[in-house]
Design a protein around this ligand. Structure first.
Ligand code: PMP
Length: 367
């Protein structure tokens, strides 16, 4: 049998594992930070209408520049994120993972480096490697906030080409203060400048305002967003960025022609017509997130403050054994490899009750 290593693959890919959140068939799935609510029926019908219309033109390539979609995304951000942006400042792709890949293809690549402050979203490092960009692992404080003095020193000294700031941070849930972003941005100017990518995949769930206004007058600062979480549309694969129009022009140098299918564009446009209903679910999930925090603290767990739709909790003597014990009760949470901690996504009230009951039974034995 041929193994991967028998093939002439690139050296930096040898021995690596693919991104792999386990997809198991259990009653309560709280492991991938999805939105637990199916799309509302009127929206499902609107998607069917819009997709039927798109299907009539599938003999043609899609709108390569996704003009209508980007205009609507810009209007959504302008209305909800505290800063007015227009079509030239917004770019869309198949999930924010593809946005990050396009940014790394544009600003990273062989001979260049990116830095992120770990534990953080593992795909920042993986997509860096996949694009031939060297990865620098920056550290966090014990409370999972970014150690600003250390981070700015690392940026000044190592002069990375890309700086990742994930806010709220996955898997810890930690929001990043605007002053921290500004301090890292200032350091990044001294370094060259580097591109600062603020990953706001969970921005809508935060207690704090969006960091989007910071792009104003800062052409090397990018904010990335997704419809996978707040819009409850992980299956759609639609991510986007907002930045200076020059950044939008630059990523077009690497994007594949017609990367965003007509069906994707039609579906995303339908979802954007139902923004208010979808943001109603976000409010419910924020309440459930806060209830999870209270419930876990009540049991006696150490809980990391969360601004996302998930909660990091511990400390376990053996996090993986605790993960398995919770799974044995039909609840799948996530072991992100953070020592002594696990992560649970906010689900429906019934799912969260099932999780809290399981978390209560494993507390004594594993923490
Ligand atoms: N950024 C962060 C911080 C994430 O957690 C995720 C998804 N888990 C993504 C980006 C990518 O999301 P998508 O590609 O679905 O937009």
């Amino acid at each position: 049998m041929t193994r991967i290593d028998d093939l002439p693959i690139r050296d930096e890919l040898r021995g690596q594992s693919p991104y792999g959140a386990p997809q198991l068939d259990v009653p309560v799935l709280l492991n991938t930070n999805e939105n637990p609510y199916p799309l509302p029926e009127p929206l499902v019908e609107r998607i069917a209408e819009r997709v039927a219309e798109a299907a009539r033109h599938l003999n043609r390539y899609p709108d390569r520049d996704a003009v209508e979609l980007r205009t609507r995304l810009a209007a959504y951000l302008s209305r909800t994120a505290g800063h007015t942006v227009g079509l030239p400042q917004v770019w869309a792709a198949n999930g924010s993972n593809e946005i990050i890949q396009q940014l790394l293809q544009t600003f990273g690549g062989p001979g260049r480096t990116a830095i992120g402050f770990e534990p953080s979203y593992s795909m920042h490092a993986l997509i860096s490697r996949g694009t031939g960009t060297g990865w620098i692992s920056g550290a966090r404080n014990d409370d999972f906030t970014i150690d600003v003095a250390n981070a700015t020193a690392q940026i000044r000294e190592l002069r990375p080409d890309v700086v990742f700031i994930c806010s709220p941070n996955n898997p810890t849930g930690t929001a990043v203060a605007a002053e921290t972003v500004l301090a890292l941005y200032e350091a990044s100017l001294a370094a060259g400048p580097s591109m600062v990518i603020v990953d706001e995949a969970y921005g809508e769930f935060s207690h704090r305002p969006s960091l989007l206004p910071l792009i104003d007058g800062r052409p090397t600062l990018v904010v990335t967003r997704t419809m996978s979480k707040a819009f409850g549309a992980a299956g759609l694969r639609l991510g986007y960025l907002a930045a200076d129009p020059a950044v939008v022009d630059a990523v077009q140098l690497v994007r594949l022609p017609y990367h965003l299918s007509s069906v994707t564009q039609a579906t995303a446009l339908a979802a954007l017509e139902h923004t208010d209903a979808l943001l109603g679910y976000v409010e419910q999930l924020k309440k459930e997130r806060d209830r999870l925090v209270d419930g876990l603290c009540g049991i006696g767990y150490e809980v990391t403050e969360s601004d996302a739709n998930f909660v990091q909790f511990g400390r376990f003597t053996d996090a993986h054994a605790a993960w398995q014990a919770i799974l044995d009760q039909g609840v799948l949470v996530r072991d992100n490899g953070v020592p002594g901690r696990l992560r649970v996504s906010a689900g429906t009230p019934a799912e969260n009750d099932a999780f809290l009951a399981a978390a209560r039974t494993v507390f004594k034995e594993y923490s």
